[in-house]
Design a protein around this ligand. Structure first.
Ligand code: ADP
Ligand code: ZN
Length: 435
C-alpha cells in the first residue's frame, strides 16, 4: 500500500503544484537577483529583471547556469546569504574532475531531509524500520542526506558510512536492518560478500534498498534484488541541488518522482538550449525553488533524461524522470561513435556476467581502441582456456551489435577488478592522458 510522507505535495493536483511553483519562483528570482552578483550580471546581460518573472511560465526567460559557472564562482560567488546564516557545506565527489562546494542554511537542510524522507517512506520505511546508511558520510551528500531523512521518518538510523563490509553485514544481522541506503555498486558488493560468507538472503531482515548517486541498469537492479532479497529503489540528486532526494522511486519502479514543489525540472536540447516538450529526451535542467544559501536557477545538470506525466499507480502526481541515460560528459566518443558506459553494462549483465568491469579507451596509431575487462565468477572461471576464449569472442560480438564498434574483451579472474564502496570508477580514458 502506498504511503506518503507529505501527501499534500506528493499527491497535489497539477494546478496546485503550478501555483506553488509560481509563487516560490517569483520570490526565488528576487532573492537571487538581490544577493548573487554573478547571476544578476547574467540576467542583466540577457535583459531580464525580476519583474519579468510573474509565474513559472516565465522561467524560460532566465539564463542558464552551467558547471563552468560554478567553477568560475568557486567558492563564494553563488552564495545568496551571509555565511553566518549557513550551517553546513558539502562538495561533489568530483566524478568529472571539478569540485563544487554547496552551502546550506538550517532551513535548506530541513527541506532536503524532507525530500529524503519522502524517498524512504516511498520505499516502505516507517518508524518501525532500522535504516542502515552505508553511503559515505562527510563532504559527500549521500550519507548525511539519507541519515537526516531516516531521522525525519523516525526509523532507527544506523550511521555506518561506507566500507568495512563484514562489519556492515554483522550490524545488519545483529541489529536487524530492514532498509539499506548506499550506491548500487556497493549494494552489489555487499550482496557478493554475503554469498561468500555463506549467508543466504533469507537470513537477513532487509526488505528494501535505496540506491543512487551513480548510473545503474535494470539488469543490475535485478541482480541486487536477488542477492539481498529486497526491493531496490532508485534515488537521484546532485550536490548542486542539495544532494540525493531531488527525485525518488515509488513501488511502481518505473522512473523517479521529482520533488517538483522544491525543484522545477526542464528538458532542453543540449546543443541549442531550446526547451523540449514532455516525453522528449534531452539535458535535465533544475531550478531550486526555495533554497536559501545556494539557489540555482536553470542549472544544467548534463544528465540526459526524459520526463513523463503519465499517471502513476502509487497515487503520486509528481512528474517522473527516467533513469538518467548517462551524463553528456560521461559519453565517450570512440571512433566517432557515441558510447555510454551503461550500454556496455547492459550487454554484460544480459549475457550473464557480473557488474564488475573496467572500460579502457586508448589511441593506437590514430585509431581509438576499446578494451573491456570483465570479471568472471568462480563458477565461470573453472572453464577451460578454450571455453573462455570462445566466451570472449561471443561477448565482443554482443557489444559490437550494441555499439557498432569492435571491442577487445578480456575475461579476468574473480576479484581482480577493484571494488568500490562509493561511486564506482568504471571508465579509464587514457587518450586524455596523452593529449
Ligand atoms: P559528481 O558530479 O562529482 O559525481 P555528485 O555526487 O553531486 O557529484 O553527483 C551527481 C551526479 O550523479 C548526477 O548529476 C548524476 O549524473 C549522478 N547520479 C546521481 N544519482 C543518480 C541515479 N540515481 N542514477 C544515475 N545517475 C545518478
Ligand atoms: Zn509512483
Amino acid at each position: 500500500m502506498a504511503n506518503y510522507y507529505q501527501p499534500q505535495f506528493e499527491c497535489a493536483s497539477h494546478e496546485e503544484i503550478r501555483a506553488i511553483q509560481s509563487e516560490k519562483l517569483v520570490k526565488q528570482v528576487k532573492h537571487v537577483y538581490e544577493n548573487v552578483k554573478y547571476y544578476r550580471d547574467l540576467m542583466d546581460e540577457k535583459g531580464v529583471t525580476p519583474d519579468d518573472i510573474k509565474s513559472i511560465d516565465d522561467l524560460h526567460k532566465l539564463p542558464f547556469l552551467s558547471k563552468a559557472d560554478l567553477r568560475d564562482a568557486y567558492p563564494y560567488g553563488l552564495l545568496a546569504t551571509d555565511l553566518k546564516n549557513c550551517v553546513r557545506i558539502h562538495s561533489t565527489s568530483g566524478t568529472t574532475g571539478r569540485r563544487v562546494v554547496a552551502f546550506y542554511t538550517q532551513n535548506d537542510i530541513d527541506l532536503w531531509e524532507d525530500c529524503c524522507a519522502r524517498a524512504i517512506v516511498a520505499a516502505g520505511g516507517t518508524k518501525e524500520d532500522v535504516c542502515q546508511v552505508a553511503y559515505g558520510y562527510g563532504l559527500f551528500t549521500g550519507g548525511s542526506g539519507l541519515h537526516g531523512g531516516s531521522h525525519k521518518v523516525g526509523s532507527l538510523t544506523l550511521p555506518m558510512s561506507s566500507g568495512n563490509t563484514e562489519r556492515q553485514i554483522q550490524f545488519m544481522r545483529d541489529l536487524h536492518a530492514t532498509i539499506i541506503c548506499c550506491t548500487p555498486s556497493y549494494a552489489a558488493y555487499i550482496g557478493e560478500t554475503l554469498k561468500e560468507m555463506g549467508i543466504s538472503p533469507d537470513e537477513i531482515d532487509l526488505k528494501a534498498g535505496i540506491f543512487g548517486a551513480e548510473p545503474w541498469t535494470e539488469a543490475m537492479r535485478r541482480d541486487i534484488e536477488k542477492s539481498l532479497g529486497i526491493k531496490a529503489y532508485d534515488i537521484y540528486g546532485l550536490t548542486e541541488t542539495s544532494g540525493p532526494g531531488v527525485a525518488f522511486e515509488c513501488e511502481a519502479q518505473t522512473g523517479m518522482h521529482i520533488n517538483e514543489d522544491h525543484f522545477f525540472a526542464e528538458i532542453i536540447d543540449p546543443e541549442t538550449g531550446e526547451v523540449l516538450p514532455e516525453g522528449e529526451k534531452g539535458e535535465l535542467v533544475f531550478t531550486s525553488l526555495d533554497k536559501e544559501a545556494f539557489p540555482l536557477l536553470r542549472y544544467r545538470t548534463r544528465d540526459i533524461c526524459i520526463l513523463s506525466r503519465e499517471k502513476c499507480p502509487c497515487g503520486r502526481t509528481l512528474v517522473k524522470m527516467c533513469k538518467p541515460m548517462g551524463r553528456s560528459d560521461d559519453m565517450l566518443i570512440i571512433r566517432g561513435v557515441n558510447v555510454f558506459p551503461s550500454q556496455i553494462e547492459t550487454v554484460l549483465l544480459n549475457e550473464g556476467y557480473s557488474p564488475n568491469y573496467l572500460i579502457e579507451v586508448d589511441r593506437d596509431r590514430n585509431t581509438d581502441t576499446l578494451d573491456v575487462s570483465v570479471e568472471l565468477t568462480p563458477e565461470q572461471f573453472s572453464d577451460t582456456v578454450k571455453e573462455i576464449s570462445a566466451k570472449e569472442k561471443a561477448l565482443a560480438a554482443a557489444i559490437k551489435t550494441m555499439l557498432g564498434i569492435n571491442p577487445k574483451v578480456h575475461l579476468v579472474a574473480p576479484k581482480t577488478i577493484t571494488r568500490s564502496e562509493g561511486k564506482a570508477v568504471r571508465v579509464i580514458d587514457k587518450r586524455k592522458l596523452h593529449d
